[in-house]
Design a protein around this ligand. Structure first.
Ligand code: FES
Length: 304
């Protein structure tokens, strides 16, 4: 027995918006439908939309489904979510939002939420005259022949739902749930997606850090640094320098900031001879002047 939420059970026993929409040829109104799945595979969904042609808004949505409890509940949820949205707004609905509306779905039933999202796309593409085979998701290599699932479709659900295992992919789009011949290919796709996601996260983090640095630079030229900003930037520079010193058996610590004088404690090998202290002081001072304020001077103090 599946562990369904109260919302899923409620929409199963009392489905909303079940049925069809009859096209009465009302001026300014379009009636279309989109269909996914096949009865042979176990689940099928037909979604009907009534669209206001001028505003591009969905005035009504109804569904017919041949499916299980979660298919009926997901279809109901979808029709509730998209009413009064424009078509572009509706296209942004993800399968996760459908599942969230239901308070969650068992993972093995997530394909029902994916089916809802696909039926919505099919209906909108149908209205816009875009052939399904022109939709980018259906281009690309066919990975699972048992369930006709393409590489692009697997990539998309993996990214949108943070999927990391082939078993999860099977729960979401059924791929891999038949003869299992495609499981290795699914694993390869997941590995590639994870590598791309990590690379993208790193690039974004770098871009954000650079943007923040630029904003700080801009602020610095427009108005003087506050004491807190100055100390934060000085600490940041010292943290950059520390690994180099630690590698040579030394260390540096911020002791105090008095106006433009930065007092530092030089430790270990760094503080052992006066000539190395002087060299170090100038090196740190040069960095601070370049990265924080050109008027800063460094003073090495002794630990008490
Ligand atoms: S090819 Fe994917 S399960 Fe058979």
């Amino acid at each position: 027995m599946w562990d369904y939420t109260d919302k899923v059970l409620d929409l199963f026993y009392n489905p909303k918006n079940q049925g069809t929409i009859v096209d009465t040829n009302e001026p300014g109104i379009a009636v279309v439908f989109g269909e996914v799945g096949s009865i042979a595979c176990g689940d099928a969904l037909r979604l009907h939309l009534k669209i206001d042609i001028t505003s591009d808004k969905i005035l009504d949505a109804r569904f017919q489904t041949f499916g299980c409890t979660s298919a009926i509940a997901s279809s109901s949820a979808l029709t509730e979510l998209i009413k009064d949205l424009t078509l572009d707004e509706a296209l942004k609905i993800t399968n996760q939002e459908i599942a969230d509306y239901l308070g969650g779905l068992p993972e093995a039933k997530m394909h029902c939420s994916v089916m809802g999202q696909e039926a919505l796309e099919a209906a909108i593409y149908n209205y816009r005259g875009i052939k399904v085979e022109q939709h980018e998701e259906d281009e690309g290599t066919l990975i699972c022949t048992c369930f006709s699932v393409s590489e692009n479709k697997i990539r998309r659900v993996a990214i949108e739902n943070n999927l990391t295992t082939a078993e999860q992919v099977t729960s979401y789009v059924k791929a891999g749930g038949g003869c299992s011949a495609c499981l290795a290919a699914i694993e390869d796709i997941l590995t590639a997606v994870q590598q791309e996601t990590t690379a993208t996260s790193k690039r974004l983090a770098t871009e954000i850090a650079m943007a923040q640095e630029k904003a700080l630079d801009r602020d610095r030229t427009v108005k003087p640094l506050t004491t807190v900003q100055k100390i934060t930037l000085i600490q940041r520079v010292l943290e950059e320098v520390r690994p180099l010193l630690l590698a040579d058996g030394g260390d540096v610590e911020l002791y105090d900031v008095d106006g433009n004088t930065v007092k530092v404690l030089l430790k270990g090998a760094c503080g052992s001879c006066s000539s190395s202290t002087a060299t170090l002081k100038s090196a740190i001072e040069a960095r601070l002047q370049e990265q924080v304020l050109p008027t800063l001077v460094v003073e090495a103090v002794e630990a008490i």
